[in-house]
Ligand binder design. Structure first.
Ligand code: ADP
Length: 167
């Protein structure tokens, strides 16, 4: 498996799957979620609406999949990361692990060979960035069948953390 890190906008990355840090409503939001829906067009939101009608959104630590709409990827996997709360650290680490793990499992089910991740939960949801990076890297490394994993960092702090941990 080739693991790399780039700094930039995940909507521009041409891979089989990009992962969205969505919220439980699946109806879009700010941050990376807003960027993906804006660049991907209404098709993605329409599919999210159907999923919502069928199963009532997406639980924290779970994943759902849509097409990529107008994005240069085939699929978007929407996962809902945990909102950080120090007193629940152990439990929330497991939830964030699930986000990465279930995204990898679903991507492989769809025969994807490349996947790009944003830094799930480290924006508005305030998960500590270093701990999140350790969880992300160690979890994806367990999936040797995936050929390429790209961590797309938007901010310099995350970018530097991943560069350091992957070197
Ligand atoms: P969460 O609610 O899971 O914390 P956010 O969207 O607030 O989600 O933040 C998740 C991460 O995505 C943050 O590190 C944020 O800087 C980053 N981010 C925001 N916009 C983009 C984008 N266009 N491409 C990649 N990452 C982005």
């Amino acid at each position: 498996m080739e693991i790399s890190v780039v700094q930039g906008d995940i909507t521009k990355i041409a891979v089989d799957v990009i992962v969205n840090a969505a919220n439980t409503s699946l109806m879009g939001g700010s941050g990376v979620d807003g960027a993906i829906h804006k660049a991907g067009g209404p098709e993605i939101l329409e599919e999210c609406r159907k999923i919502r009608a069928r199963q009532g959104g997406c639980k924290t630590g779970e994943v759902v999949i849509t097409t990529g709409g107008k994005l240069p990827c085939k699929y978007v996997i929407h996962t809902v990361g945990p909102v950080w709360l120090e007193s629940k650290a152990d439990e929330l680490e497991k939830v964030l692990t699930n986000c990465y793990q279930k995204s990898m499992e679903l991507a492989l089910e769809k025969n994807a060979t490349s996947i790009a991740f944003p830094n799930i939960s480290t924006g508005i949801y305030k998960f500590p960035k270093e701990l999140a990076a350790e969880i992300a890297i160690s979890t994806v490394r367990k999936f040797a069948e995936m050929h390429e994993v790209i961590f797309v960092c938007y901010d310099s702090e995350n970018f530097n953390l991943y560069k350091q941990k992957l070197s």
